[in-house]
Design a protein. Structure first.
Length: 235
């Protein structure tokens, strides 16, 4: 009987060793991801996977980082109004938007501005479960270590506004030949309206549909400014 017990213990040990290995590996990966996220709370991302892939495909891209202080405040409000009006009221996931998307059968987007930043800065485009799992892990990290203002700043600098045109500085000059701090409410709204489909929409030559969408964004930007939903990312 004692020999059988020892044999049983020997059989269990390899499994315990394996579990400990995976636990330690998971902790190391988590720590590295957290350090990466924390670093970008102060250091500007040099590029993203998508920007690099577009640069390889096109030969070059137009992009120049600009601090949010050098961007017209109405541009930040327009982006938030267009993409995530409740940005200041959630911690990375908009539960109400998720419920609405489920009720509508998945035809409505529910990604928050934070989730979009996570996807574009740290991950890759696609709908596979591994990316979604990493997005769910990284989004709370970003919300915990970045300010809301920082999230908007990074988003404005990595968003694609036309083929090969990334960030609000390049977009402002590309479409309107002005610096981002000189954008008008109409221009800001049209730039925000381009974001869901930058390769097929133009802010300088807007279709009737884009004009209508921009008008709605202008109203939304004014609304979140008036009711306090823009306070978390404004001075």
């Amino acid at each position: 009987m004692p020999k059988r017990k020892k044999t049983g213990l020997r059989r269990i040990r390899p499994l315990r060793v394996l579990l400990r290995f995976f636990l330690r590996l998971s902790l190391i990966v988590f720590a590295l991801l957290f350090f990466w996220v924390l670093t970008y709370s102060a250091v500007n991302p040099p590029a993203t996977y998508y920007i690099l892939s577009e640069k390889r495909r096109l030969g070059d891209v137009d992009r120049l980082w600009v601090p949010i202080e050098s961007v017209a405040p109405v541009m930040a409000r327009s982006v938030v109004a267009a993409e995530d009006a409740n940005f200041c009221n959630h911690w990375g996931f908009d539960i109400n938007a998720i419920r609405a998307a489920i009720e509508e059968g998945g035809n409505r987007g529910a990604s928050t501005l934070t989730q979009q930043v996570v996807k574009n800065v740290f991950l890759w485009h696609g709908r596979n479960w591994s990316r979604k799992a990493l997005e769910a892990l990284l989004t709370p990290m970003v919300e915990a270590t970045w300010s809301k203002r920082r999230i908007v700043e990074v988003y404005l600098n990595i968003a694609e506004f036309d083929e090969g045109v990334f960030g609000i500085e390049a977009a402002s000059r590309h479409y309107f030949s002005v610096s981002p701090e000189r954008l008008t409410p109409v221009q800001a709204a049209r730039l925000a309206a381009v974001l869901p489909s930058p390769k097929t929409r133009s802010a300088s030559k807007p279709s009737a549909g884009l004009r209508r969408r921009a008008a709605m964004i202008m109203d939304g930007a004014a609304t979140i400014n008036a009711d306090g939903r823009a306070d978390c990312f404004q001075d």
